[in-house]
Design a binder for this molecule. Sequence first.
Ligand SMILES: [Zn+2]
Length: 64
Amino acid sequence: MKNQTHKGSAPLTAKPSRRILKERMCMEEGCTTKLSQYNSRDKCWAHADFKIPRLRGRVGEAAT
Ligand SMILES: [Zn+2]
């Protein structure tokens, strides 16, 4: 007879290096949008000053 053993008794695995993930919020004043921990920006997408490259046309020829 087999004794009841703990099935799948996982060994004590070392926890992965835990990062201190603080909840960050948009730096924009009044904005309470939480930033994703994967978002390296300081502002939410709505306030992050990133330009949407929509230069589909010719680039270089400046209109006079
Ligand atoms: Zn914001």
